[in-house]
Design a protein around this ligand. Structure first.
Ligand code: HEC
Length: 179
């Protein structure tokens, strides 16, 4: 009887682990969610410099007229010569501001409020990876509505694992204005 109980306990534990294992764990390089943040798993690297760019200028706040779509870039600049790849995740805190694919390649939508990479991106000669996408301020939004974008940029070694990589979080406050 004790043997059976133990066996049942082990089977329950294994089934429980399989059920709670998030599917993303099979391949974060092909898309990483905001939860948990990149540094929960990625270790041992140097944190990159991460910023949002609008019209080639770094921004921490931005006014977007409701009903309009504008391009935005999350720039991930490596601070280590051996971290030559990057990945990213951007979320919008308010559904009044949605995220969509734009001029950039190698990106995918997780939900209207969340974007990530489709595979690790090789940095350019200056150690930079730019992820460009579109943001839309919904037409029906109340004037003055605020949404905070969270941008995580991961600088990685390209070794196909979690080591030698680190991310930095930056935020952008978007205010929906009335044209
Ligand atoms: C729950 C753990 C976990 C979290 C959280 C996580 N990753 Fe990863 N990531 C992995 C694993 C495991 C790998 C290696 C397998 C693979 O390539 O998918 C990996 C690999 C990568 C790679 C390729 C790295 C290389 O050097 O080849 C990129 C790019 C990446 N992740 C981006 C991200 C980003 C961006 C975030 C945060 C928004 C993130 N990951 C969060 C587990 C995680």
């Amino acid at each position: 009887m004790i043997g059976h109980a133990r066996l049942l306990g082990m089977v329950t534990l294994v089934v429980g682990m399989a059920a709670s294992w998030p599917p993303e764990v099979r391949g974060y390089s092909s898309g990483a969610p905001d939860n948990p943040n990149c540094n929960t798993c990625h270790v041992g690297g140097t944190a990159p410099s991460v910023s949002f760019l609008s019209n080639n200028a770094a921004v921490t706040s931005l006014a977007v007229p409701r009903g309009s779509t504008v391009p935005l870039t999350l720039r991930v600049k490596s601070n280590s010569s051996v971290q030559e790849s990057a990945g990213f995740n951007v979320t919008s805190s308010n559904s009044a501001v949605t995220l969509g694919l734009g001029a950039g390649t190698g990106e995918k939508i997780i939900s209207p409020g969340e974007l990530t990479q489709t595979s690790r991106r090789a940095n350019n000669a200056n150690g930079i990876a730019d992820f460009t996408f579109n943001i839309t301020a919904m037409a029906a939004t109340t004037c003055g509505t605020v949404s905070t974008l969270r941008g995580q940029g991961l600088s990685a070694s390209g070794n196909g694992g979690v080591s030698g990589a680190r991310s930095t979080l930056t935020t952008l406050v978007i205010t929906v204005t009335c044209p």
